[in-house]
Design a protein around this ligand. Structure first.
Ligand code: FES
Length: 163
């Protein structure tokens, strides 16, 4: 059994299989996936275990931007694209990230290590422009410091501060 499917089985101990439980399962499956996504196989398994339709699982997964139905990189880089970050220099940070990674917004690096995504507000407006890599926030960024963060990840060292 794949680690993703094991996560499904583990999650099914959640007593009420309501919308919150379904979301929790989807996130657990995604977290257990090396490619940071919910596969069709996992959707089928969740639908079967909860005795709900596949379309309900798909519609829930599609509704939440935090969930992906497509394979992504090992690390998810989320760039805030809302006005406060835009006004604080987001464009320079994004351009530097795209150049450093060799991908545009929405892309995954050829080595599968990073996916670059745009999101609406990370809840870190006080340190705009901000990005989030996996669960770690980085703020008050410049093009140079954003690139430095990525290079530290490449070297296997996660740095930064949490909100
Ligand atoms: S607007 Fe960018 S973190 Fe809130």
């Amino acid at each position: 059994m794949s680690s993703s499917l094991q996560a499904v089985k583990d999650s099914v101990t959640v007593p009420a299989a309501g919308q919150a439980a379904l979301l929790q399962m989807l996130l657990a499956v995604q977290d257990a996936s090396p490619e940071n996504y919910v596969s069709e196989e996992a959707v089928n398994e969740i639908a079967h275990l909860l005795d709900i339709s596949r379309s309900r699982v798909y519609s829930t997964a599609s509704f939440y931007s935090a969930i992906s139905l497509k394979p992504r990189g090992q690390h998810i880089i989320r760039v805030c694209i809302n006005a406060p970050c835009e006004n604080a220099g987001k464009q320079a940070v994004l351009a530097a990230l795209e150049q450093e990674l060799g991908v545009s917004l929405g892309g995954t690096t050829a080595d599968g290590r990073f996916t670059l995504e745009g999101v609406s507000c990370l809840g870190a407006c006080y340190m705009s422009p901000a990005i989030k890599i996996d669960k770690q926030l980085y703020g008050d960024l410049t093009a140079e410091t954003a690139v430095a963060v990525i290079r530290r990840y490449r070297e296997g060292e996660a740095i930064g501060h949490t909100a």
